[in-house]
Design a protein around this ligand. Structure first.
Ligand SMILES: C[S@@+](CC[C@H](N)C(=O)[O-])C[C@H]1O[C@@H](n2cnc3c(N)ncnc32)[C@H](O)[C@@H]1O
Length: 265
């Protein structure tokens, strides 16, 4: 019998925010091929022109981390963060209330070439101020924000990082999560998705969480069929010939950041 711990899901095991942040977000190596550096560079670029902007932004499956919202914040007035797990919502609320600070190296890295010239502390203050709601969400439901204060809101843009593949088991489930997200987005609005490709699990501490195994072609096909035009999709392997793999933390083969525009209802 294998010594590997069994695979579980976010429905069955509570999220451990501190361990997750320590494992994945406590340092930015700035090395080519590092997945976090790749994600941060892509997100910074995605938002720097102001092409993705509006009044209301939703981040879905935020977890305990804020790098996506940090990149988007200068371009939106009201930000809603959301997650399935109450531990993450509590962690985010503590950050907003100034009771904890984290992600310092990540925020510093993202502020290095900050187009609006704001310093890192001011950008954190701006983000804290613009976060208006921290709510429960479930992307597997036709209305992921049902019974929250933002139930019924249609957003100008939606961001999501490493959530959809962790929230679904099969490709059919994944398609439904895309459809569910799309229902929250206004026509012409943008989706910015950060994801992993061909991954079956990732770890938080010793706990291994299942992920939908999905290829780049499948990602593109699904979003197009669900009424999105893919504006840009950058993957780690095309950016770097020898990506550094985390190895024991997960078994991903590639990673991407995609900007897609909702062109059909
Ligand atoms: C791998 S973590 C990603 C966290 C963070 N967004 C990031 O980029 O590091 C996956 C996140 O998806 C959330 N999640 C899992 N199932 C979900 C669901 N059905 N609806 C909303 N969020 C979900 C988990 O609670 C967790 O915070």
């Amino acid at each position: 019998m294998s010594d590997e711990p069994v695979l579980t899901t976010h429905r069955d095991v509570a999220f451990d925010p501190e361990t997750y942040v320590t494992m994945y977000y406590s340092r930015v190596t700035c090395e080519e091929g590092d997945m976090l550096t790749f994600f941060l560079d892509c997100l910074k670029n995605a938002f720097k022109s102001g092409e993705i902007s509006g009044m209301k932004l939703l981040d879905i499956g935020t977890g305990p981390v804020l790098h996506t919202a940090f990149c988007a914040a200068p371009w939106f007035e009201e930000i809603t963060l959301s997650d399935f797990d109450q531990n993450n919502l509590d962690f985010l609320q503590k950050w907003k209330d100034g009771k904890i600070s984290h992600m310092g190296p990540v925020f510093a890295y993202l502020s290095e070439t900050n187009e609006k010239g704001m310093e890192v502390d001011k950008r954190q203050d701006e983000l804290r101020r613009k976060i208006q709601h921290i709510v429960h969400s479930d992307v597997t439901l036709p209305n992921p924000l049902v019974s929250t204060p933002v139930d019924g809101v249609v957003f100008d843009a939606i961001t999501s990082s490493l959530c959809l593949e962790a929230a679904s088991i099969t490709i059919e489930d994944y398609v439904k999560t895309v459809r569910n997200l799309s229902s929250l987005l206004k026509p012409g609005g943008h989706l910015v998705i950060t994801g992993v490709l061909e991954e079956t699990f990732y770890r938080i501490g010793d706990v291994r969480f299942k992920c939908t195994y999905i290829s780049k072609d499948q990602v593109q096909d699904i979003y197009q069929k669900e009424g999105f035009e893919i504006v840009r999709l950058k993957d780690l392997k095309e950016t770097c010939s020898s990506p550094k793999y985390l190895g024991e933390y997960s078994d991903y083969q590639n990673a991407y950041v995609m900007i897609a525009k909702k062109v059909q209802q």
